[in-house]
Design a protein around this ligand. Structure first.
Ligand SMILES: [Zn+2]
Length: 377
């Protein structure tokens, strides 16, 4: 008997889910008659499910449709802001916050430079306070927050909330327990590049496997196979930043030489030169010879890495990380350079720039809460 009830309630849940997702995927509001016709459900069943979804605050009326005769039908649509999730990116002396709602669009953003170190006493409380401030400033309803994701450039073991190794933050074996305890919402820590890769996969229309290459302070990556991250046997898959692109080349933050990160980090085009990224690209536009030489070297090593990734994985490669804000105008040239070494493809359209650009690393981990919630409706 209990089993039968469970089966019935699961069937009912599935119907409600179908009604919600039908409205979620419709570009325009739809009527109950549309739902009934397109989902092949009786009108009383549609009324009941719509009433439950209205009551739960997940959908709303969007006015009446124009009709040639008879009564105009009331139109329904989802409420994107019914739930939201937040991502926090932790890098050296900088916190960045982004929020997304059920529409998967970015709805709030904040960049906060500060002077604390991650391992300092009081750091967890500081992050928690700034999070509350971000929530208030953007009028996010606390009861609607599904969770808070933390993205960090390091190898993270989520099951024990520990950062095993984060070279750009100079950290080894750092427990995130205090930080997780300081935040009064469900918290998920995740590697920044894995998070960025997930954002690109889940937020875009593409549903194929991708390699995500994050170009930021450090260089990282992730391999997503049909939406699931290929983690490797030791959570070190997709560490594209430490692929060797020059034997015995420039020193890298990992202690080795010739890594991609040593050639293609945002740092190389900014803080290493004592300038900002926008200074660099402005100088490059004006043909400043010092910048042109670095840029040529940057591109050469980036192409070696992109070529090797493509040859090993045969999937689209998506560039993310805050450096990509400046890379759009150079994409055709990068594709052309890549085509020169690609024996199979003359266009190299498989190379693209992330939809969320600089914010992908925070939004990806936030979007995991959105995905789980949408799957649960
Ligand atoms: Zn390295």
């Amino acid at each position: 008997m209990a089993e039968l009830n469970e089966a019935i309630s699961e069937r009912r849940r599935q119907t409600r889910s179908n009604v919600y997702h039908y409205l979620y995927q419709s570009p325009e509001p739809r009527s109950k008659q549309d739902i009934s016709r397109d989902l092949n459900l009786s009108l009383p069943t549609v009324y009941q499910n719509v009433s439950e979804l209205l009551h739960a605050g997940l959908i709303e009326y969007a006015g009446a449709s124009q009709s040639a005769g008879g009564r105009p039908a009331m139109q329904l649509r989802i409420i994107p802001g019914a739930r939201c999730a937040i991502g926090i990116s932790i890098t050296g002396h900088r916190l960045r916050f982004a929020a997304t709602d059920l529409s998967r669009e970015e709805i709030a953003y904040k960049d906060l430079p500060h002077t604390l170190n991650v391992e300092d006493e009081g750091y967890s409380e500081f992050v928690a306070e700034q999070l509350e401030l971000f929530i208030e400033e953007n009028h996010l309803e606390r009861k609607n927050i599904l969770g808070v994701g933390i993205s960090l450039a390091g190898i993270i073991l989520p099951e024990i909330s520990t950062v095993l190794y984060a070279p750009t933050l100079y950290l080894r074996n750092l427990s995130l327990k205090a930080l997780i305890d300081a935040i009064p919402y469900p918290v998920l820590p995740w590697n920044d590049a894995s998070s960025g890769g997930f954002a690109e996969w889940y937020g875009s229309e593409f549903r194929e496997s991708i390699a995500f290459l994050s170009l930021a302070e450090g260089v990282g990556g992730a391999v997503l196979v049909n939406g699931d991250q290929y983690t490797g046997n030791n959570y070190k898959s997709g560490e594209f930043g430490h692929m060797c692109v020059e034997w015995n080349g420039l020193p890298c933050s990992c202690g080795k030489k010739g890594c991609l990160e040593a050639y293609c980090s945002a740092k190389r085009l900014s803080s290493d030169l004592g300038i900002t990224l926008s200074d660099f690209f402005a100088g490059l536009e004006k043909g400043k010879s010092e910048y042109t030489a670095i840029w040529e070297d940057f591109k050469k090593h980036l192409i070696i890495a992109l070529h090797n990734i493509r040859m090993s994985l045969d999937c689209d490669i998506v560039l993310g990380g805050y450096l990509t804000e400046y890379l759009k105008p150079y994409l055709p040239e990068l594709r052309e350079m890549l085509a020169e070494s690609d024996p199979f493809d003359r266009e190299c359209q498989y190379l693209r720039i992330s939809r969320y650009s600089k914010d992908s690393s925070m939004l990806g981990v936030a979007l995991t809460f959105i995905r789980d919630y949408l799957n649960s409706i």
